[in-house]
Design a protein around this ligand. Structure first.
Ligand code: NAD
Length: 435
């Protein structure tokens, strides 16, 4: 077992439970936004009841033999929120703080996200309560395989398709695919997305979320009549999403004036050399020690006077405590749930244009959809084709949400929820109630 197979703990997002408890529970947050959309759509009470519930919530024991020969039992979850539009889709997270409420919220978010970008999936999420930093690669592999085996009748290309999430990576998806395939007695690549490209993964998947953020940010700037060239940008989180979005926005002419990660943040009003910072993080894992700019705290980064703020790290970082001090004109939510529901109202009053997470970071699941399509068709696309098709979906979805927000005079988040909920509700009406 080589050390490089272990997911790096520096590239791990650890949901900060204190923040949830102090301000919002993610499930309540999601529900409050759903309720608002349902009210504006005048959704039938029966459909509200259906969409407020998960279709299936599974809690399972994941027993494994540890490297020291002892047996330990971990707790796993898989929640399918809604499968009316297609197979359930959603990541698997390995984290000490995973709990059923969080998995339920994340599963519902996936339903809305897939519906906003109009891809034929429902929403799911899964997780195992564990600390990967304390587990060997062998132990992680055994957890992954036992978790997959425990869900063998639930997962499947036509029923439930996992993907990587917090602390899980391509390697773990390869084990999910292998375990499932062993049970099916033949190779089934399309049971999971976010796989290595060598075994059915899609070109462009790794950059897809950041690329989608770039696409909707430039669309927002153009909509607001702000020039993309020279627009200033602050990015919280310099991992997969944040660093890719920063690099691609810089290529579009934006000036990245601040970046930050778990080690702190860096500010240079003349512009940060993003490629250079990415190379530093590749070599040193975090921005710690990188000194090409002035050091500042992550909270200071969030309140910088910039055109665009791109939170791409944690949940609940823009709260009622700091929303008043946010000075950005546009917020592009690369992370899931970076803004709490109370903060939404404050940002609205200040006239901040928020591109909500279920739209802004949907590039990842969109290219996961492409991966599933390619696996099922057995024919793989070039990276240019993937990026072109991603661009088409992100632009069409941005426009659809914007049109709805103008029509109903609501912000982009409410409009995105309205679009998503109306699409899921429409399918329920067409399908009718079974039995
Ligand atoms: P990542 O692990 O690659 O990067 C996370 C970054 O956040 C790192 O730079 C880390 O140092 C930083 N970070 C962690 N704790 C921090 C803190 N307290 N303060 C400031 N920075 C901190 O993760 P990622 O894949 O880039 O995901 C980032 C966010 O985007 C998550 O909310 C994730 O759920 C969301 N997201 C990711 C994808 C995807 O395809 N990767 C898709 C949709 C949504």
């Amino acid at each position: 077992m080589t050390a490089d197979l272990k997911p790096s703990t520096d590239r791990i997002v650890r949901p900060d439970k204190d923040r949830f408890l102090n301000e919002d529970n993610p499930l309540e947050d999601m529900m409050s936004r759903f309720d608002r959309a349902a009210e504006l759509l005048d959704l039938e009470p029966g459909l509200c009841k259906i969409l407020r519930s998960s279709e299936r919530e599974i809690t399972l024991s994941v027993p494994i033999t540890l490297d020291n020969g002892e047996i330990d039992v971990f707790t796993g979850y898989r929640v399918q929120h809604n499968t009316s539009r297609g197979p359930a889709k959603g990541g698997i997270r390995f984290d000490e703080n995973v709990n059923l409420d969080e998995v339920k919220a994340l599963a519902a978010w996936m339903t809305w996200k897939c519906a906003v970008v109009n891809i034929p999936f429902g929403g799911a999420k899964g997780g195992v309560v564990c600390d990967p930093a304390k587990l060997s690669v062998g132990e992680l592999e055994r957890i992954t395989r036992r978790y997959t085996a425990g869900l063998i009748g639930v997962l499947g290309p036509d029923s439930d398709v996992p993907a990587p999430d917090v602390n899980t990576n391509e390697r773990i998806m390869a084990w999910v695919m292998d375990t499932y395939s062993m049970h099916m007695r033949h190779t089934v690549t399309s049971v999971v997305t976010g796989k290595p490209v060598e075994m059915g993964g899609s070109l462009g998947r790794r950059e897809a979320t950041g690329r989608g953020c770039m696409m909707v940010t430039t669309a927002a700037l153009e909509h607001l009549g702000l020039p993309v060239r020279g627009a200033t940008l602050a990015v919280q989180g310099f991992g997969n999403v944040g660093s890719t979005a920063a690099k691609l926005l810089r290529e579009q002419g934006c000036k990245v004036v601040a970046i930050g990660d778990r080690s702190g943040a860096l500010h240079d009003p003349r512009g940060i050399d993003v490629e250079d910072a990415i190379a530093w993080v590749k070599a040193h894992r975090t921005l710690e020690g990188y000194d090409k700019g002035d050091r500042l705290t992550n909270d200071e980064l969030l309140t910088l006077d910039v055109d665009v703020l791109l939170p791409a790290a944690l949940e609940n970082v823009i709260t009622r405590k700091n929303a008043e001090r946010v000075r950005a004109r546009v917020i592009c939510e690369g992370a899931n749930g970076p803004t709490t529901a109370p903060a939404d109202a404050i940002l609205d009053d200040k006239g901040v244009f928020v591109i909500p997470d279920i739209l802004a970071n949907a590039g990842g699941v969109t290219v996961s959809y492409f991966e599933w399509v390619q696996d099922r068709g057995g024919y793989f696309w070039t990276e240019d084709v993937v990026n072109d098709r991603l661009g088409h979906i992100m632009q069409t979805s941005f426009r659809a949400v914007l049109d709805l927000s103008r029509k109903h005079k609501v912000n982009m988040r409410t409009a995105a929820y309205m679009l998503a909920v109306s699409r899921v509700a429409a399918v329920h009406r067409l399908r009718g109630m079974y039995a």
